[in-house]
Design a protein around this ligand. Structure first.
Ligand code: HEC
Length: 106
């Protein structure tokens, strides 16, 4: 019985901790996203046009204003550049960008 209570408390806490993360990014593989961004040199290319090692391109106050717009943008880069990323790769990258730059909660 006590175990059940402890368990439900844990589940509640876990739900609460994730509340700030958009549904599309829950369970995303952040380590995979980080690796893919290095592998595909996302920031190197952005850095040629934008300052700060390419990080200035990520503009949370720009035209990308939601997690789904962010997913669409990463998907567009994927298609344009012919990267051949799977949907879960795109979600993982978008989740990393969201954690570090955009901070959308939905
Ligand atoms: C060959 C160059 C190049 C590479 C490689 C590249 N991008 Fe981009 N990216 C661009 C350009 C150019 C823009 C600006 C497009 C615009 O503003 O219309 C852009 C814009 C973006 C934006 C929108 C930023 C904002 O807030 O407006 C995101 C997000 C993004 N790229 C993600 C990625 C990711 C993730 C990767 C790696 C998988 C990647 N890009 C690889 C050239 C590149």
């Amino acid at each position: 019985m006590q175990r059940a209570i402890a368990l439900s408390a844990l589940i509640l806490l876990a739900g609460w901790a994730q509340a700030e993360i958009p549904a599309a990014f829950q369970g995303a593989d952040l380590k995979l996203g980080e690796r893919l961004m290095v592998e595909h040199k996302c920031n190197q290319c952005h850095a040629q046009k934008w300052g700060r090692d390419g990080l200035d391109i990520y503009r949370p106050k720009g035209r990308i204003n939601s997690s789904s717009a962010l997913m669409t943008m990463v998907e567009a880069c994927n298609t344009d550049l012919g990267l051949g990323l799977f949907p879960e790769d795109v979600a993982a990258i978008a989740a990393v960008l969201n954690r570090e730059h955009y901070h959308f909660s939905k």
